[in-house]
Design a protein around this ligand. Structure first.
Ligand SMILES: Oc1ccccc1-c1ccno1
Length: 246
């Protein structure tokens, strides 16, 4: 497979959507080798305890290190090659962007650790870091109850970049945030009919003048990006002006 992905969670059913559509097909066709594991497999007490109260006090619960240590030891035994990247969704992680998706899509093996509650005992990542790259990733500035939804987001963004997953690979370079699109947002798109409820499709798109269409689309992308995400508008570099961006 192009990518092996192991997901460890206390809610394996939450990852069921990964069996559907795009990601499901990638798993079926062998592009993706996906396995979801229940963390409680690595607990041994009667109540299969995975969390406990935080040292130092405070609200909420922290996930205990022992089950995680055993789970990661079972999934990534010492000497495992290639060494996987451990992806830990957390609000305290680096921001997940298309560039990070491209980076992860180049990995042969990803292990996702889904934390619940207030997080996972920090020694789990510290111990794992002695054997693999640990990548703490946030999918945005908001609070979830656990990492499972973040894994669905990250895996969808990553798997669609794998060769053979998306029908028309060209569509991957023309979308918002694609590096080939200078990270700009996509402008408006249209399809038939040419007039719908009195709204016309911009005439340039029906003109067949591909130069004019390309310039119009560029202008629309710049305009939309400046309006909606001014932080993404490329700043002209001294000496290079706006070449290629006009
Ligand atoms: O809010 C969270 C709780 C647990 C695991 C991940 C998250 C999160 C929030 C944003 N990105 O990841």
């Amino acid at each position: 497979p192009a990518l092996r992905a192991d997901v460890v969670t206390i809610f394996p059913d939450y990852l069921a959507p990964l069996r559907l559509s795009l990601i499901g097909r990638a798993a079926q066709t062998g592009i993706l080798d996906l396995a979801v594991h229940d963390l409680r497999e690595w607990t041994h007490d009667r109540h299969r305890t995975v969390d406990d109260t935080p040292y130092g006090g405070g609200a909420g619960m922290v996930m205990r290190p022992e089950p995680w240590g055993e789970a990661l030891g079972a999934l990534v035994p010492p000497g495992t090659t290639p060494v996987p990247r451990l992806v830990v969704p957390t609000p305290a992680g680096r921001r997940f962007t298309q560039a990070v998706a491209v980076e992860l899509a180049a990995e042969p093996h990803l292990v996702f650790a889904c934390g619940r509650y207030e997080g996972i005992d920090a020694r789990v990542a510290a111990d794992a870091a002695t054997r693999m790259r640990v990548d703490e990733i946030s999918i945005g500035d908001y609070v979830l109850n656990g990492g499972e939804a973040a894994v669905l987001v990250v895996l969808e963004a990553v798997v669609r970049l794998l060769p053979g997953v998306v029908g028309n690979p060209e569509s991957l370079t023309e979308e918002s945030h694609a590096a080939e699109h200078d990270g700009l947002l996509e402008g408006p798109v249209y399809t038939k009919p040419p007039v719908w409820r009195g709204h016309e499709v911009p005439p340039v798109l029906l003109s067949g003048d591909h130069g004019a269409i390309g310039r119009w689309r560029r202008e629309q992308a710049l305009e939309r990006t400046a309006r909606v995400r001014p932080d993404l508008v490329p700043v002209p570099v001294a000496g290079r002006g706006l070449d290629g961006l006009t």
